[in-house]
Design a protein around this ligand. Structure first.
Ligand SMILES: [Zn+2]
Length: 632
């Protein structure tokens, strides 16, 4: 989507120094090698000359009845096959088939909300009706519908699809979406969605069992949703017809908030006592549109408050972002969430990752719970945690997902560390500076050292789908370990190079489908270094944080052994017999030679009394060998 020729030139120059060849030092999967042979990918951190991806344009008419929790829809889709392959089938994601009886799930639902699955009422390819009773040609596998094409879809051709469906929205066991109470619904994973067909795997056949989340192409959406009057909708897309659905006072306030840069209350608690918020015909149809986004989700509320603010995110193009917060007075700290979101989007645009927020709007919708959150493009379905720093961090985290994975197009079903790692790490600096008592980075360090090194601590490169329902594995590999890896790599290669590497990767791959190797190579080429000494143990190997003091001599030689195998920063605190102190700090590059032990030297006239290895910002799963006392 974004090409930066100067940047690519930098890559090419670095490649001439032979850096690209060094990627062979880490495992390169056969599907990646084959993609390089097909010239869709390269070993240079950029897409190949024949890179392609498919796209769908959706026009959806949907009606939702909160009294029955049934959603009916008709989608008219044009699917573009930009691949060089002839497709003999179409694969749909039917996410709500997670509730289909007999399907496997990553956790037990206690029999609640079980359905017969998404009811596909009709399907047509190029206006020719599909016989859905033909179960051989239309297979339901997990949460997939696989439909054979009688007329194959040729390369560079498109297919018109009409699909009508009905789905029950979960009311007792919402999983990432559903009914939270009579006035709060969040509707995601709700329409028959083209699965991704890509150059790495062909059709994405990974079923949604609850744990693995997004992998989508970049599509265009026109979605009309009809609901009873008084219900208000907020979507991850632009509302096209505010004057049709809202009272004129609300329309005026939206216009006013859109023209300034201050937080405005669009709907207040008092408004509900004074006038009707929505048009009072029996039903209202809410019309939304979005372009080049990976998904469409929406929140539905009764009696919700709504704050709005506009932010300039790119002073060159003057591009702005509309930020919305939707909540009730009972949702703790939510009267500040518009400000939290404003601070977060500003920080993301100007600091980390330091690229303008990629979408025209974002909405934080409170689902009335007190824990957890769920992302969608331009939407966050968030709880209201008790602690203000947690509320701020959650706001940042779920909005950061609009960059990772939604702007970057990564496959979260395989590599959640490529989005959850960033969404977890990026807020730590800001949250810890705004809430000094919170220490979120120290908390991540603590969680990691407690859990790392057990059998469930699988390397992040193990596909998330294979970790399945093991929550500990998923959590460690997708959130905890990559957060710390990014932090220590930043310190090892320097903040400037690290940020440039991240931005180079983002600029080259945004709107596409980068794999981990594309990211690692982009970082290496920007840094001008082979980083396998770091990348391999942190992302590919079974390894855990454990440094040990092995030897300290009177003449100032300290030997540290890396027992667990992860390259970590080293902090040594030395106390001398006269009470004087010396702190020695080394970043993780001290391990770049790959040696199992390193020597650190110091000089002092005064005898050493005590030496301590480690800090609460460096994980260490075994602290028994981190201290030495010298008593004569
Ligand atoms: Zn997340």
């Amino acid at each position: 989507m974004i090409r930066n020729s100067a940047l690519i030139l930098v890559f090419i120059i670095l490649c001439q120094f032979g850096l690209s060849a060094q990627t062979a030092h880490r495992f390169i999967s056969r599907n990646f090698q084959e993609a390089v042979e097909k010239q869709t990918r390269t070993f240079k951190g950029v897409p190949g000359p024949d890179y392609w991806q498919n796209k769908a344009n959706y026009v959806i008419e949907a009606a939702f009845d909160p009294s029955t929790a049934k959603l009916n829809g008709l989608a008219s889709i044009v699917y573009f096959n930009n691949s060089p392959d002839t497709l003999d089938k179409i694969v749909f994601n039917l996410y709500q088939d997670i509730f289909r009886e007999g399907n496997s799930r990553d956790w037990d639902l206690g029999g609640m909300d079980i359905t017969k699955g998404t009811n596909i009422k009709s399907l047509a390819f190029n206006d020719i009706k599909v016989d859905l009773l033909d179960k051989v040609s239309n297979q339901r596998q997990g949460t997939k519908l696989i439909s054979k094409l009688n007329n194959k879809l040729l390369p560079n051709d498109s297919l018109r699809i009409h699909i009508a469906w009905e789905v029950s929205i979960p009311v007792k066991r919402p999983i990432r979406m559903g009914k939270y109470n009579d006035s709060t619904w969040f509707i995601a994973y709700w329409y028959p969605q083209l699965a991704v067909y890509d150059d790495m795997d062909g059709w994405d056949m990974i079923s949604y069992n609850g744990s693995v989340e997004f992998y989508n192409d970049f599509n265009d959406y026109e979605v009309n949703i009809t609901v009873p009057k008084d219900y208000v909708l907020w979507a991850g897309a632009k509302l096209l017809n505010p004057a049709d659905v809202f009272n004129s006072q609300i329309v005026n306030r939206i216009e006013e908030a859109s023209s300034g840069f201050e937080i405005k209350h669009i709907i207040t608690e008092d408004d509900y006592k004074k006038f009707k918020i929505t048009n009072q015909t029996a039903k209202n149809t809410w019309k939304f549109a979005s372009n080049n986004v990976p998904d469409f989700s929406f929140g539905i509320g009764l009696g919700k408050q709504w704050d709005m603010v506009k932010l300039l995110v790119d002073s060159v193009s003057n591009r702005t972002v509309i930020i919305n917060s939707v909540y009730t007075p009972e949702n703790k700290h939510f009267n500040k969430v518009a400000q939290f979101a404003l601070t977060s989007v500003s920080y993301m645009s100007y600091n980390w990752p330091g690229l303008a927020f990629p979408y025209p709007q974002v909405t934080v919708f409170c689902d009335d719970r007190t824990g957890g959150g769920m992302e969608s493009p331009m939407m966050a379905n968030n709880s209201a945690p008790d602690d203000e720093a947690d509320a701020f961090g959650l706001t940042f985290h779920e909005i950061a997902h609009s960059y990772f994975p939604f702007y970057m197009g990564t496959n979260e079903k395989k590599y959640a560390f490529m989005d959850e790692g960033w969404a977890s790490y990026l807020p730590t600096g800001l949250v810890d500076s705004l809430y000094p008592d919170h220490t979120s980075l120290k908390w991540i360090v603590k969680k990691f050292e407690e859990n790392a090194g057990y059998e469930f601590d699988t390397p992040p490169m193990v596909l998330n789908q294979l970790m399945g329902a093991n929550y500990q594995s998923l959590r460690l590999a997708s959130y905890t370990r990559p957060s710390l890896a990014y932090n220590f790599l930043k310190n090892a290669i320097g903040v400037e190079l690290f940020k440039l590497g991240l931005q180079n990767y983002m600029k080259v791959w945004a709107g596409k489908h980068p794999t981990p190797n594309d990211f690692f190579t982009a970082m290496e080429l920007t840094a001008g270094q082979d980083l396998n000494w770091f990348i391999r143990p942190w992302f590919y190997d079974f390894a855990y944080p454990d440094l040990a003091l092995r030897k300290v001599t009177k003449d100032g030689i300290i030997v540290i052994e890396n027992v667990g195998g992860l390259p970590l920063p080293v902090e040594l605190n030395l106390l001398f017999t006269d009470g004087s102190k010396l702190k020695i700090e080394k970043d993780a590059s001290i391990w770049s030679s790959g040696e199992k032990s390193v020597i650190i030297e110091f000089t002092s006239e005064v005898p050493l009394q005590e030496i301590d290895l480690g800090s609460d910002l460096i994980p260490d799963s075994n602290k028994k060998s981190n201290k030495m006392l010298f008593i004569d």
